[in-house]
Design a protein around this ligand. Structure first.
Ligand SMILES: [Ca+2]
Ligand SMILES: [Ca+2]
Length: 614
């Protein structure tokens, strides 16, 4: 028994003793509205007289009772017990003690309209216990000392509409406890001096909408606690002093959509918490007049404790004042997708992508801007996976970039090129590279020989990407840092006359990708013709269905003497441009010569191996 309930009980007992009514009703007088529309204080409408004390029980189960300019009392008030009832309060007060219930049993439909005046003293408010309840407030003031439950039992429906006035829930607001609950705010002030849950249990659904006015919560707000929770904010101010969890526990699904108005979070901002939970946060700005603004004065974690969390921004403004973690906790999955608007991480702390052990983090910036005073840290956790996609259209300015490798980590940075530009990461701090680089050519763009792309700038750069892939490049496992272009059948392809390769490298604290032809014989496209190239050719000798990296340098699909001749001519050379490398002769080299050269090459290779192998 809560303090308030206990207090009410003692008061009732004391009152009954004083009045000598202990043998009567356990809880004051019970009186039921007899139907029709009338004033609360009119005794003709009550079966047992006007409820006169805050320990009386009142039932309005048919018709409408009006409270206007009077002080009304009801320790327990049930509106719509089995039938349909309404209370309309325009002014005056309703003083309660225990519980105000709207829509008690399955068939019950109860509505309370508060247009002005005060509702006070109630320990709990149930809007839809097993039936259908509505609480409609357009003015006045209501304070509930403990729980406010909307949609309490399975099959129930509870709805609160707040368009004006002030509503105080002193302990908890549950929207969809086991049934369906909705909280619709289009004005006024809602203060939850405690926690707020949308979708409390597995089968429940809680829905909240904020279009104007202010919603304040002092403690945890869960959108999808164990069930489904949806929060749609199109305006107004949502001020969460403590924490928000979007998708809290296993089996929960939470969605928060912000398309206008302001949202602030004080202590932590988690999307997808426990394993099995799913959370999504979406911020967009469909029109310029209604700014969508989200501010996390706290950590923002997507996939916090094994859950799956997605944060999608297509517009509006996001400001994070401490760290951001995408795929934060062990085994979590997080995604931060920015395609419009601006995302600012102002503190100088990290944006980590895949920070937990085995965590998966995806940071996609396909438009808008990401500005961070701190570094992006990829794959901080062992066996974690981290992906960073930076599109041409995006602005990315960060305080550093650290890509971790080893211990089962997997990372990939993807960037774009086309005829009028390329992706760019500007770093005001150091950059440490590792893992895969992927280059996406847009609109079938084919670079020209010598084209260079400065993809990353920094104040100091270390490491390198360990592989380079592209939609322009053969998917060959041997084509590591240098990737070979797939030639286009189109005669306008600038690379038609030679095989071209991407070469990435660090130059003056910048990562520069150049596009350069490969000389004949250089199967590995590392700009040197040596034993590795001979090895590729030897492995595929006289085989068909082969490509450049297999040793087919003249592109006829077969690795034979012609290809060997080309390799032999450039043997041991480095740094030849394709122009300097003579094209392979049309006529094949005679077989005996080929055999001799092949043997000579093989011997040279063996000598080299002996030398290095000791
Ligand atoms: Ca080579
Ligand atoms: Ca060939």
């Amino acid at each position: 028994m809560s303090h308030a309930k206990f207090h009410g009980f003692i008061c009732a007992v004391v009152a009954m003793v004083l009045m000598g009514t202990l043998a009567g009703p356990a809880w004051g007088t019970q009186s039921a509205w007899v139907g029709g529309t009338g004033n609360w204080q009119d005794a003709n409408y009550w079966s047992g007289g006007v409820p006169a004390h805050d320990y009386d029980t009142a039932i309005v189960d048919g018709g409408e009772a009006k409270i206007n300019g009077i002080n009304a009392f009801a320790g327990i008030l049930t509106v719509g017990s089995l039938g349909t009832g309404t209370v309309l309060q325009q002014s005056g007060t309703l003083q309660g003690t225990n519980t105000l219930t709207l829509g008690d049993y399955e068939s019950g439909k109860g509505t309370y309209q508060l247009q002005g005046g005060v509702i006070g003293g109630f320990d709990g408010l149930v809007v839809g216990s097993s039936g259908t309840g509505r609480f409609i407030q357009s003015g006045g003031y209501v304070e509930i000392y403990t729980d406010v439950n909307l949609g309490e039992n399975t099959g129930s429906q509870g709805r609160v509409e707040l368009s004006g006035g002030t509503f105080l829930a002193d302990v908890e607001l549950s929207v969809g406890v086991q049934g369906a609950g909705s909280f619709i705010q289009s004005g006024g002030y809602m203060a939850v001096l405690g926690s707020m849950n949308l979708g409390g249990s597995v089968s429940s659904h809680g829905y909240a909408e904020l279009s104007s006015g202010t919603l304040y919560a002092s403690d945890l707000v869960s959108v999808g606690f164990y069930g489904q929770g949806t929060f749609v904010q199109t305006g107004g101010s949502c001020n969460l002093a403590s924490c928000i969890q979007i998708g809290s526990h296993s089996s929960s699904y939470g969605l928060y959509q912000l398309s206008g108005g302001t949202m602030n979070v004080g202590d932590y901002f988690y999307v997808g918490v426990d394993s099995g939970s799913q959370g999504s946060f979406l911020i967009s700005q469909p029109n310029d007049s209604n700014n969508a603004y989200c501010e996390a004065n706290c950590p923002l974690e997507l996939g916090q404790n094994g859950g799956t969390g997605t944060f999608t921004q297509t517009g509006g403004t996001v400001v994070c004042r401490t760290f951001v973690a995408v795929g934060s906790g062990d085994g979590s999955q997080g995604s931060l997708m920015i395609s419009g608007g601006s995302f600012l991480s102002s503190s100088g702390t990290t944006i980590s992508v895949g920070s937990g052990s085995g965590a998966q983090g995806v940071l996609n910036i396909t438009g808008g801007s990401l500005k961070a005073n701190g570094p992006i840290v990829m794959a901080g956790g062992s066996a974690s996976t981290a992906q960073l996609y930076v599109a041409k259209a995006a602005t990315v300015q960060v305080g550093g970039l650290t890509i971790n490798s080893g211990s089962g980590r997997s990372t990939k940075v993807s960037m774009e090129i086309d005829s009028n530009g390329h992706s760019f990461i500007g770093s005001s701090g150091t950059v440490s590279l590792a893992g895969a680089l992927n280059i996406q050519s847009l609109n079938n763009y084919r670079p020209n020989q010598g084209d260079a792309f400065t993809l990353i700038t920094s104040t100091g750069m270390s490491g390198n990407f360990s592989s380079l892939t592209s939609n322009l490049i053969n998917s060959d496992a041997n084509a590591n840092v240098m990737g070979l272009l797939i030639r286009d059948a189109n005669a306008t392809d600038p690379n038609l006359k030679y095989w071209s390769a991407f070469r990435g490298g660090v130059a003056a604290n910048a990562y520069v990708l150049t596009f350069q032809g490969a000389m004949a014989g250089d199967a590995t496209a590392d700009n040197v013709v040596n034993g590795n190239d001979f090895g590729a050719l030897a492995r595929n000798w006289m085989q068909s269905g082969k490509i450049w990296t297999d040793g087919d340098f003249n592109g006829n699909g077969t690795v034979d003497g012609t290809d060997f001749g080309a390799l032999a001519r450039n043997w041991g050379l480095t740094g030849l441009t394709p122009e300097a490398a003579p094209p392979p002769p049309e006529e094949p080299i005679p077989e005996p010569v080929t055999a001799t050269l092949l043997a000579a090459g093989g011997l040279a290779l063996l000598r080299g191996r002996r030398r290095f192998g000791g």
